[in-house]
Design a binder for this molecule. Structure first.
Ligand code: PFF
Ligand code: NA
Length: 433
């Protein structure tokens, strides 16, 4: 449940629909689904295995499993840093969501134009609102982390995850009764290959990692406290299945509302903050109710993921430096909180100029570098580690009974297919392809 709480997040409901929209729907969705199946699922098993066998924070787990070369491989564990970096913008976005929960109670924009103006006013001029809610997100997340895995993280997931699913499925059921549902299905599943270039491909692969929480030690850290004789493959399957289903459900629902209420698919990160509120407005008073529910669900999804983004580094400082949980949580929290303020300012007129480098501001750079570079790199390291460094008999003794005849296929994919795919992603990022 905690791993599912980590996976299901802003990636599914905020990010997936808008990047699917940007890259034209169907073809992009297909690449993403294939990546999830061929690469995501096998890396998920590998990452769970490292945590399950290593039993400690990421760095120590890598050391435990490669005692002869631990000075090199321990750096594999520092992928946990990617989580702190992701939190730099993730927390700011959760802040926007809090703000939208509150305003949707009494206000919805009448047109997309108005929605755009409202969102942009917040994004580009309103420092104090964003700072206020970013601060609340920071306090809440840090508080849950100080309570520990059993008392904090697990409890929160047990309550928020089912609530989130009920809200989403209810809204999805409603969407299926609307005329535009068919159009949404076409948009999501009819491939338009003309929109696909190497950038779309890299984005799809990067997103597969991001949405499954792979390549930064979150799944690894959670798996370290998995009971002996747990079935890793079954766990991995359910996390992948849930995460993918929720992304598809959220996408279909969102695009149905957008087509139905003529709000038009506003491009980019503003999708759920611009087009959707305008669509809710068209529903009348029940629209406010739906809007508040929707943003609550989004906040819950984001909060359970946040906790998992910070936990790897918290665990690292507890295990390696004997810090108390409170000290580690507050220190890591302050790290993403303070740098998050810079990310926030990089969207604000008057500051943005100084905080833009090349074609992206600081906020977008952090998003891009983590999803497109750090997570695939973390995935590559884990694939090589499980594929070539841990002795095959040890891997086989745990996973053969769970995977059966599929074991060899999984092992092969981990050794060759995944590394090659990751290599191609990196080449294309460096502009070689
Ligand atoms: N999987 C989360 C999402 O889809 O929003 C984001 C995330 C959480 C990425 C934890 C990485 C991670 F380790
Ligand atoms: Na996700």
């Amino acid at each position: 449940m905690a791993a599912a709480g980590s996976a299901v997040g802003l990636g599914n409901i905020w990010k997936f629909p808008y990047i699917a929209g940007e890259y034209g729907g169907g073809a992009f969705v297909l690449i993403y689904l294939v990546t999830v199946l061929l690469i995501g699922f096998s890396i998920m098993i590998a990452e769970m295995l490292i945590g399950y066998m290593g039993r400690k924070d990421g760095v120590t787990s890598f050391e435990n499993l490669a005692p002869k070369h631990k000075h090199i491989w321990k750096y594999g564990g520092f992928q946990g840093l990617a989580g702190l970096f992701i939190m730099i913008f993730y927390s700011v976005v959760i802040g926007w969501i809090f703000h939208y929960i509150v305003t949707s109670l009494s206000y919805l924009p009448a047109t997309v134009k108005e929605a755009e103006t409202t969102f942009n006013a917040m994004l580009h001029t309103d420092i104090w609102t964003q700072l206020f809610y970013h601060t609340i997100a920071f306090i809440w997340i840090t508080h849950v982390l100080t309570r520990g895995i059993k008392g904090g993280i697990e409890k929160v997931n047990m309550v928020l995850m089912p609530t989130l699913m009920i809200i989403l499925l209810g809204m999805f059921a409603y969407a299926t009764t609307l005329d535009s549902f068919g159009r949404a299905v076409n948009f999501m599943f009819e491939p338009d290959w003309s929109k696909i270039d190497s950038e779309a491909f890299v984005t799809a692969v990067g997103h597969a990692f991001f949405t499954l929480s792979l390549g930064m030690g979150a799944i690894m850290t959670y798996s370290a406290s998995m009971e002996k004789n747990s079935n890793l493959v079954q766990n991995a399957f359910w996390v992948v299945f849930l995460d993918t289903t929720i992304a598809i459900v959220a996408g279909l629902m969102l695009f149905t509302f957008l087509y139905q209420y003529g709000a038009g698919p506003a491009k980019g990160p503003g999708l759920v903050f611009i087009s959707l509120p305008a669509a809710f407005y068209e529903m009348g008073i029940i629209g406010n109710f739906f809007a508040v529910l929707f943003f609550l669900a989004l906040a819950f999804a984001g909060l359970t993921s946040s906790v998992s983004l910070v936990e790897p580094m918290v665990q690292y400082f507890i295990d390696r430096f004997s810090w108390s949980r409170v000290k580690a949580s507050v220190a890591m929290g302050l790290f993403f909180y303070l740098i998050g303020i810079i990310a926030l300012l990089s969207n604000i007129d008057g500051y943005k100029e100084a905080l833009t480098f090349g074609d992206k501001n600081f906020f977008d750079w952090v998003d891009h570098v983590t999803a497109a570079i750090m997570l695939p790199l973390g995935g590559l390291i884990m694939a090589l580690f499980v594929g070539f460094v841990i002795e095959k008999q040890r891997v086989e003794s745990i996973l053969r009974p769970q995977l059966g005849f599929a074991f060899e296929a999984w092992y092969f994919s981990l050794r060759y297919i995944t590394p090659v795919a990751m290599f191609i992603v990196m080449l294309s990022l460096m502009g070689v392809l």
